[in-house]
Write a protein that binds this ligand. Structure first.
Ligand SMILES: [Zn+2]
Length: 167
């Protein structure tokens, strides 16, 4: 059956047409508008845009791999540094297999001026105080506290470094 020269697709077959237009090797997970452009050339069914939109929104591959069109806010660049030990970033990275000393995370400290990276083994449940102890045992006696700390996971961790450290 044809409507305005286009093939009318029965309800049970529409999903197959959309799947072919969206996920076949040739199509490559196009968005709603491109799928509609291709499908509307030869096919017709009522409320096509709604059904195609619903299908594309439900595609797992698209939801995982395609970036969102949301506005992410303004880019905030880090400060340009003039001196070593002016700013340090730190983070906890992990989920590693347990070591002999039962460490499964790394406490990562990056000196932003030189890009030098220090890795210290730790445990997943490391406290803010233990993190501060690790930091000062490694750097505190030699270099003191940097002027600026950034990229810390939790405020509690930042607070444990005390009021003498800049933010
Ligand atoms: Zn998709």
């Amino acid at each position: 059956m044809y409507y305005l020269g286009k093939l009318c697709i029965p309800k049970g077959e529409r999903v197959h047409v959309i799947r072919e237009a969206h996920t076949s090797l040739v199509s490559g997970h196009f968005g709603v508008e491109k799928i509609l452009c291709h499908v509307q050339i030869f096919c017709f069914w009522p409320h096509m845009k709604n059904i195609v939109t619903h299908y594309v929104k439900g595609c797992v591959m698209c939801s995982v791999s395609k970036h969102s069109n949301r506005k992410l806010g303004l880019y905030t660049p880090l400060l340009i540094l003039n001196h070593p030990w002016e700013s340090v970033s730190m983070d906890l990275v992990g989920g590693f297999p347990l070591s002999r000393k039962i460490h499964d995370y790394l406490y990562v400290v990056v000196h932003r001026f030189s890009k030098m990276c220090n890795l210290m083994p730790c445990k997943k449940k490391i406290t803010a105080e233990q993190t501060a102890y690790l930091f000062f045992s490694m750097f505190g006696s030699i270099l003191g506290c940097p002027h600026r700390l950034c990229q810390i996971n939790t405020l509690a961790l930042l607070e444990s470094f005390g009021p003498t450290c800049g933010r």
